[in-house]
Design a protein around this ligand. Structure first.
Ligand code: ADP
Ligand code: MG
Length: 343
């Protein structure tokens, strides 16, 4: 009798265990928001997905993070084994093989370079190295004026283009040129990560990689809520956006990496024409575009160009819009930009 009772209890316990196991493996049907964060490409990257079964959300987010890590390993000039680092190490004037992926990214970068009259320049690596904004610890003083002068002279001594691409090969003109994809690689990586999420069956997501954001779908019919940072107050917001569907927003500002030396703010967006931080009268530029790659490139380009030339460049991209914040705090918002001032 006792044995029978024991058997029944053991049976019930086993059944409960199986149900619990099934719940963890399969998960309940669609859940709300699930979020994960990783440190990638020098910034915190957060992915949020909505309406995905528990067992599928984490693998999908992992695959998206892995894709971004793969791109960083290829395109970061700080990773010694990256394709970009090896191209930078090659002897100037020699043709080097170029992967199909890097060729695509660079070709688009060079298109923005051409359209911006050289204000956006993915070949300014040696100038970025002089300033060293990515160093740890970050710099506190500007480089020697004569080093900047030397770079400017060397740059203007170039007779042809700094970067040439032909038949899947690349040639850098002289030592004034080195690849720095910091102004576009993150945007490209965000686009690729969103593609991976879609491939994994995620239709509703938000990716936030520092200043580069991209959304897909909605939160159960409700828009994704995005706040754009106040350039002078880390916890303040200058605009809020409620977005649905497929949209990218990228922001470039003089507050991401900067130091103040003798009362002057020096920051990581450089003007190749002066060799110094861009001083175009703007504190921040946010671009809304169909993809993060374009939004990222345009936000950096417009920051360097400033209001008048920047808005003229933007006109060449009919599906893009901008929010510019001037140094006095006033703003310019082009008609397509979907943002309202915070309450
Ligand atoms: P963040 O990387 O902070 O999101 P941006 O997208 O504006 O900001 O990119 C800034 C980065 O772009 C710099 O750290 C540097 O690597 C690179 N960069 C700086 N100046 C230029 C420029 N004039 N043209 C192209 N890239 C630039
Ligand atoms: Mg950018």
């Amino acid at each position: 009798m006792i044995d029978r009772k024991r058997l029944i209890i053991a049976g019930i316990v086993a059944a409960l265990f199986i149900v619990a196991l099934a719940r963890t493996l399969i998960g309940p049907s669609p859940r709300g928001i699930q979020t994960d964060t990783r440190l990638l490409m020098g910034t915190l990257v957060t992915i949020s997905v909505w309406g995905v079964e528990k067992g599928r959300a984490q693998p999908a987010m992992n695959a998206a993070f892995e894709e971004m890590a793969r791109i960083e390993a290829r395109m970061s000039r700080f990773v010694a084994t990256s394709e970009v680092a090896s191209l930078n190490a090659a002897e100037r004037g020699t043709w080097q093989p170029l992967s199909e992926e890097l060729e695509r990214v660079m070709t688009l970068g060079m298109e923005i370079d051409g359209l911006s009259g050289g204000a956006f320049d993915i070949g300014l690596g040696p100038l970025s190295d002089l300033w060293g904004f990515s160093r740890e610890p970050p710099p506190e003083t500007p480089p020697e004026p004569r080093d900047i002068r030397k770079w400017l002279e060397f740059r203007s001594a170039r007779t042809g283009p700094g970067i040439e691409i032909s038949e899947h090969r690349l040639r850098l003109a002289n030592a004034s040129v080195g690849l720095d994809l910091g102004g576009i690689a993150k945007g490209y990586a965000v686009d690729r990560a969103m593609e991976i999420l879609e491939r994994e069956g995620v239709a509703h997501a938000l990716i936030n990689a520092g200043g580069d954001m991209r959304i897909a779908g909605s939160k159960g019919g409700k828009p994704w809520h995005i706040g754009l940072r106040d350039p002078r107050q880390a916890d303040g917001v200058v605009a809020v956006m409620d977005l649905k569907g497929s949209v990218a927003i990228s922001t470039s500002g003089d507050y991401e990496r900067f130091f103040i030396h003798q009362g002057v703010r020096h920051h990581h967006i450089l003007d190749p024409a002066t060799g110094h931080s861009a001083r175009s009268g703007l504190m921040s530029v946010s671009i809304q575009a169909p993809g993060s790659f374009l939004a990222d490139a345009l936000s950096t380009a417009l920051f360097v160009l400033g209001e008048t030339k920047g808005l003229a460049l933007l006109e060449k991209f009919p599906n893009s819009a901008a929010l510019l914040i001037r140094e006095d705090g006033s703003r310019i918002q082009t008609p397509g930009f979907i943002a309202v001032a915070p309450p």
